[in-house]
Write a protein that binds this ligand. Structure first.
Ligand SMILES: NC(=O)c1ccc[n+]([C@@H]2O[C@H](COP(=O)([O-])OP(=O)(O)OC[C@H]3O[C@@H](n4cnc5c(N)ncnc54)[C@H](O)[C@@H]3O)[C@@H](O)[C@H]2O)c1
Ligand SMILES: CCCCC[C@H](O)CC\C=C/C=C/C=C/[C@@H](O)[C@@H](O)CCCC(=O)O
Length: 268
């Protein structure tokens, strides 16, 4: 996707992977709205980006993605402020197996809503120009992971992405929907996950066996790949220290016999 002059909305963009994604999008010439509940970090990030990329290209919007009215209001503000919307990155997420309903609300319910809003504002059948949605899942959405509710939310995001990325939907909306699945990356989410001790110990073990931590730029390379590969729709990209690979291109039972699996084609 060519981003010069385009408009992007990134949730959970005050810090961490959301901030890294937002900066990569700014570097490619787009304007970016940063949504987050962390007002001080969000304002600081926006001020930093304004200095580097221009005050007219970045804005912070205080928004709890789990509050339906706030998320809807934030999308409307972005369109009012920048005059359109071309790219949505549904990134905000937490790991909390204690307050597990909250984990589902932030990581899955809000991503469903963010996709619906993205389609509402970018979908051609609604008067939009088409666009791209990138959902932040995780390797935990692809393989067994010691925190089951977190893993469920991330697997949900994978299913949502694949199904919204079906060709018949693209034909109507011209909005591609893809997902990024990183492994452990150095951000604040690792610092204090609210999980039982056994889950924590098992994660430490997985981290060691998996080859260690990635850094934010490693994951941003995955975002860049999804931005560059305009033929990808419903795609799920795993990003680990071992490299990047797409998941789930197998034919379903409806295509298996003929062996004529149709890859999703981009017409946006
Ligand atoms: N760091 C990793 O190892 C890793 C790996 C795979 C996937 N992820 C996913 O990447 C995403 C970003 O996480 P991160 O690692 O950058 O962590 P992070 O904690 O640094 O950033 C998460 C951001 O989301 C914001 N946020 C949390 N709840 C919110 C809400 N209700 N409304 C709006 N904003 C909210 C936080 O304030 C924070 O700025 C998450 O979805 C996470 O699950 C992280
Ligand atoms: C294999 C799947 C990886 C998925 C990663 C998840 O999406 C995000 C994980 C979120 C929190 C995990 C916390 C883990 C903590 C411990 O492993 C701890 O040892 C991390 C230490 C970090 C460090 O050394 O700086």
């Amino acid at each position: 996707m060519q981003l010069s002059g385009k408009v992007a909305l990134v949730t959970g963009a005050a810090q961490g992977l959301g901030k890294g994604c937002a900066e990569a999008i700014l570097e490619r010439g787009a304007k970016v709205a940063l949504l987050d509940t962390n007002e001080s970090a969000g304002q600081e990030t926006a001020a930093d980006f304004a200095l580097k990329y221009g005050a007219d290209r970045c804005t912070f919007i205080l928004c709890d993605v789990t509050a339906k009215d706030q998320l809807e209001g934030a999308f409307q503000k972005v369109v009012d402020h920048f005059g359109g919307l071309d790219l949505v990155v549904n990134n905000a997420g937490i790991l909390n197996e204690v307050q597990w309903e909250k984990c589902i609300d932030v990581n899955l319910v809000s991503v469903v809503r963010g996709c619906h809003l993205g389609l509402r504002y970018m979908g051609k059948q609604n008067g939009g120009n088409g666009g791209l949605i990138i959902n932040m899942s995780s390797v935990a959405g692809l393989y067994a992971f010691p925190s089951p509710v977190y893993a469920t939310t991330k697997a949900g995001v994978v299913g949502l992405t694949r199904s919204l990325g079906m060709d018949y939907k693209l034909g109507r909306d011209c909005v591609r929907v893809n997902a990024l699945c990183p492994s452990f990356t150095t951000t604040a989410i690792l610092a204090d996950p609210e999980v039982p001790e056994d889950q924590y110990q098992h994660m430490k073990d997985m981290l060691e066996r998996g080859g260690g931590l990635m850094q934010i730029p490693d994951v941003v390379k995955g975002l860049a790949k999804l931005l560059d590969e305009d033929d990808k729709n419903g795609a799920v990209l795993e990003v680990t220290v071992q490299g990047m690979k797409y998941h789930g291109d197998e034919s379903g039972p409806w295509d298996r016999e003929s062996g004529t699996h149709q890859p999703n084609l981009c017409i946006a």
